[in-house]
Design a protein around this ligand. Sequence first.
Ligand SMILES: Cc1cc2nc3c(=O)[nH]c(=O)nc-3n(C[C@H](O)[C@H](O)[C@H](O)COP(=O)(O)OP(=O)(O)OC[C@H]3O[C@@H](n4cnc5c(N)ncnc54)[C@H](O)[C@@H]3O)c2cc1C
Length: 628
Amino acid sequence: MQFHISGYSTGDPLEQPAAGYGVDRPEELPDTMDVLVVGCGPAGSIAAAQLSQFPNVNTRLIDQRPHRLELANADGVHSRTMETFQAFGFAHEIFAEAHEITDMAFWVPDPQNPENIMREVSTAELGPEYSEWPMMLITQVRIIDHFNRFMRNSPTRMKPDYGWEFVDLEVAPESAKEEYPVTVTLRRNGGPEDGKERQVKAKYVVGADGAKSKVRKSLGYRLRGNQANHAWGVMDVFADTDFPDVRKKCTIKGHSGRSILLIPREGGFLVRYYVDLGEVAEDDNHAVRETPLQTVIDTANEIMHPYSIDVKNVVWNTIYEVGHRVSDHFDDRDSTYTDGDHPRVFIAGDACHTHSAKAGQGMNVSMQDGFNLGWKLGHVVSGNSPDELLRTYAEERKDIAHRLIEFDKEWSTLMATPADQLPDPQTVRRFYNKTAEFNAGYLTEYEPSMLTTSDEHQGLATGYPLGRRFRSEMCGRVCDLVHTHIGHEHTADGRYRIYVFADAEMPGESERLNAWADWAHEHLDSSLFDVKVIFQQHYRAFDMRHVHPAFKPRVGDFQLLNMENAWGTLEDVDIFETRGISRDGAVVVVRPDQYVAGIFPLDQTDELAEFLGRTFNDVKAKASAVKA
Ligand SMILES: Cc1cc2nc3c(=O)[nH]c(=O)nc-3n(C[C@H](O)[C@H](O)[C@H](O)COP(=O)(O)OP(=O)(O)OC[C@H]3O[C@@H](n4cnc5c(N)ncnc54)[C@H](O)[C@@H]3O)c2cc1C
């Protein structure tokens, strides 16, 4: 972690110096703002946290709740999400606090005595060959707390504005060329002005306001899909039990076909039970929500027979009704209420896709929506990128949502099918294993677009599939000889990472690498691009004198050399081997949200400039200046 960049400052190094809107940030919600994010759930919090790193973007995050979330909802953190938390600087804290999951146990009716359940198998979760982070279980509340701290420490000193309910919005016609085209009606929720309405204006609005999203409704969009809901009795409890796997994640299928998803939680004693209450009839009118807690506890005991739970304390419980649905659209370009070619209003998270609790995807996928959108808005509002960039949000995330719903439908159906109606008893476990990579979030793959190149040069770095998340690896840092994960240097500061894998020449002696570095020195602004070089040689075989200045950018008020961008290989880990990097070298470009955007040969800087110029006005301008 780098700090004291412009001189020594005492205090918490996580607190970045205030800049831009953060210098004099008004306490009260202003009348105009660049971006209004509606909803402090996982989707809205991560989008706002990412935007908080852009000092000149005035972002406000509102929630109808009058205060911070205290109890609730999701608790499954997939390892891909842990990688994301690493970028926001709090993965280690979540790791220390949360409950780690190494296995999933499958309990089924005992064929000899179907009234009783038996452990069919306990199967390992994805191991370190997929990610350095495991799956963790912890309340959503703590995750949102961490994002809030990140925002507070950011240059913009952001924090949520609680007690503001979004009511409606209107977007001015594009032809009016208004600076703040979106007019939003808000209502005060709580406090002395409770119920009072007010209008504010924004350049962009992000609707991360959950499954019943009013932002979505204000665009005239609906969630489409299976209209039937499935109901779950959810309870966070402290209970005595003789069930041996109570500290493992389990699916427990009772002989009635009903099931439990058991989630051991942070702290060693708390446990969440998702008790299947079955499909909800269309004319149910939410009557299922009246199911008494005792019925949920009794059903759990019935499913777990011959084991039992004796509930001592209920921390939180709810009846969670959910269906598999996706919104018509993810931004306002198709809304009949707006007319622009460029999106001004976006929806993210549960506002645009809902799925069952069984796969534990909601919070994870919602955060990836927010991460995807946050940096794009940041760069467009800052003037670094063209408006077109904002179209890619809907294009990329809608496809992911559809794939997720298909997966979720299959998984939920299998979970709900009585054991004697399955092709064989291992069907559920086999499906779980087969889809584990998808479920963990690793199979998200963005198609070629202005942001992702074709696979023409994929052969240069076969371990970095284009469009998929960048997989970290251990390397040796040259300046201080520390072994570190190279991907952990990728903080959520909105910058692209450019990993330059050198050819086989000794450091400092490669003409191709030097030519690349000369080009980068001229064309790549270090406020947009963090350029790192990885040599094939052992990290102790050379030193910083052999590293081109392009990899030692000057930073801060004193314009000191940043020495931490050069790496070599380790005795036991050669990233060129483990990630299939060509010995002729390769340039791997990674987006701010950690997805591999492009792979280029070392000597094709024109191609790289053309690619980056699609997203960054500055690179385009420099490339055209050179041609002229
Ligand atoms: C009981 C339950 C259990 C769940 N378990 C899991 C799980 O184990 N794993 C998992 O991944 N997912 C789980 N989910 C789903 C998960 O909680 C959601 O998918 C996730 O929270 C979605 O995040 P979000 O930010 O899109 O929306 P939300 O978390 O719903 O956040 C929306 C926010 O918007 C605010 N808001 C709503 N309307 C307005 C308005 N008009 N104006 C201003 N603010 C507004 C709300 O107060 C809320 O803070 C569960 C959900 C529930 C209800």
